[in-house]
Design a protein around this ligand. Structure first.
Ligand code: NAP
Length: 483
């Protein structure tokens, strides 16, 4: 009875945790319910962590003397890790979010790898199936750990460029095959009566070493700008590794949470690749992010700059303005100013809508989060397919810090790297204002013909500074009218 009760309690609490994960994830599918979804899933995680302490009631007799010290170590790790995550999470800038996600993925993969290492190095006897699953989890976890660290270093600018050598793919293949080979040899060496030519410990160390190096080699050649997709892949890997270790530890909450993360990460990866009109293999095996596809002379026309105040006044007298936010808005942290301007325009009777491209910014949902941060109501925010036809009726498209997501080359230029990517039809508005600092290219590194179009004017400057000037101009009109 005494041993049965903790088992039952673990089962029930795990079930509650899994339900909370699923429910939280379901709520994350809409920006309206996403904040509460994150809270629900967070409570699920807390429940799962607390439930893991129930396993202490079931330890074998010889492990009992170590129980207090193990529990103390677990609590210390939780306080340290949780405290650090809380502190970093509070102070991280919105534009640095992808780096943070990369680090957390790496930690997840590393944790799965560490669990596998404890199991493999431990003296416990494994059945073949359990050993294979442990090794698989160790492989994926270790690759995810070292690969995510490289992804973080690239996004953070610690590693500045892609490292690519001749025969890179062949080298990667050699490493992964060697790793799988060593894994297979470990399974053989664990059989009764086997006589491995080196010790089991040495084999396990070699296995981890090869997997870690493979993670590094696989990630180093990928261009920095492709890292968000790579992070998403590692997110899926981490989930898978954790799920496999859940199987090894016979922990249902870990198993299901890992699989859910793995599936969600894979879906996200595919959605991002689709929205960029690329395949996942194309992201992994080409160095797209490093190429500059600037072909001088293939765009006709000239750039026509205007003052921010003139653009502001023009919008004040427009009937409908559609705002297209992009990565530059996040860099400038101009979202509050943008909403301030929008409220002034609305007060003057202008209809204002926001058009969001699925891959605007540098991570999925970044623009939604940015606008939510500024308090923009959700009913003003429209996804590409819901608003694209409306640009033709709009008086103004205000493109602010966006570039690739409004590049008409995606529709017409078969040689363009973004050909086939759905874009926002900003060019079809009667007047387009593009706010950017200078001649900088977007993520794809290509010229944007929209900027040279007859209906387009450039408003140069940092997005936040330009918006401040627009606000002053619109306010000035209001006070003149009152006077
Ligand atoms: P973008 O094409 O990268 O263009 C951003 C523009 O913002 C640049 O042209 C830059 O020009 C301008 N800018 C930068 N800082 C600024 C500031 N402080 N003030 C004003 N302007 C500033 O951005 P996007 O249109 O949002 O497109 C996103 C791109 O990222 C797509 O190609 C997408 O495929 C890719 N991507 C997205 C994701 C995702 O999940 N969202 C993931 C991976 C890749 P200046 O330097 O001249 O100012």
């Amino acid at each position: 009875m005494l041993t049965f009760l903790p088992q039952l309690a673990i089962g029930v609490v795990d079930l509650v945790a899994v339900f909370l994960f699923m429910f939280g994830l379901q709520r994350m599918s809409s920006p309206v319910t996403a904040p509460s979804g994150i809270q629900v899933a967070g409570v699920g995680m807390l429940v799962a962590v607390l439930a893991s302490f129930l396993y202490a009631f079931n330890v074998e007799a010889e492990a009992k003397p170590f129980l207090p010290i193990n529990i103390a170590l677990a609590v210390a790790a939780l306080v340290l890790g949780g405290g650090l995550a809380w502190w970093v999470g509070r102070k991280v800038a919105m534009t640095a979010m992808p780096q943070m996600v990369a680090i957390y993925n790496g930690m997840g993969g590393g944790a799965a790898g560490a669990i596998a290492a404890v199991e493999l190095f431990g003296a416990k006897t494994h059945g073949t199936t359990q050993l294979v699953v442990t090794l698989l989890g160790a492989l994926i976890g270790a690759i995810s750990f070292s690969g995510s660290l490289i992804a973080w270093a690239k996004l953070d600018g610690v590693i500045g460029k892609a490292f690519r050598i001749n025969g890179q793919q062949a080298l990667n293949l050699v490493f992964i095959l060697a790793c799988v080979g060593v894994g297979g040899y470990i399974v053989y060496a664990a059989q009764d009566g086997a006589h491995p030519f080196i010790s089991m410990r040495a084999l396990i160390c070699l296995f981890f070493g090869l997997a870690l190096v493979f993670g590094i080699l696989m990630t180093l050649p990928i261009g920095g700008a492709d890292m968000p997709v790579v992070i998403s892949i590692y997110n899926a890997f981490t989930g898978l590794a954790v799920g496999l270790q859940g199987f090894v530890l016979q922990n249902p909450a870990l198993m299901i949470a890992g699989m859910v993360v793995g599936a969600a990460g894979m879906l996200l990866t595919m959605l991002m690749a689709k929205a960029m009109n690329r395949s996942v293999t194309n992201v992994l095996f080409t160095n797209f992010g490093e190429l500059v596809r600037h072909r001088p002379g293939d765009v006709k026309g000239s750039l026509r700059p205007v003052e921010a105040s003139d653009a502001g006044i023009f919008m004040r007298y427009a009937k409908e303005v559609i705002v297209v936010p992009g990565y530059g808005l996040a860099v400038a942290q101009g979202q509050q100013k943008l909403y301030e301007l929008v409220k002034l325009l609305q007060a003057a009777g202008v209809t204002v809508k926001f058009a969001i491209h699925p891959v605007a910014g540098r991570m999925p949902g970044q623009m939604d989060v940015l606008l939510a941060e500024a308090g923009v109501p959700y009913d003003m925010i429209f996804q590409l397919e819901d608003i694209n036809d409306e640009f033709a009726n709009a008086d103004v498209a205000l493109v602010i810090g966006a570039n690739d997501v409004v590049n008409p080359a995606a529709r017409t230029d078969k040689s363009s790297p973004i050909f086939g990517m759905p874009i926002l039809n900003a060019d079809r508005a009667k007047q387009v204002y593009v706010v950017k600092r200078g001649q900088g290219k977007g993520y794809a590194g290509i010229i944007n013909a929209l900027f040279y179009a007859d209906n387009c004017n450039m408003v140069y400057g940092d997005a936040a500074a330009v918006l401040t000037k627009m606000i002053e101009a619109v306010r000035g009109l209001g006070s003149k009218a009152a006077a």
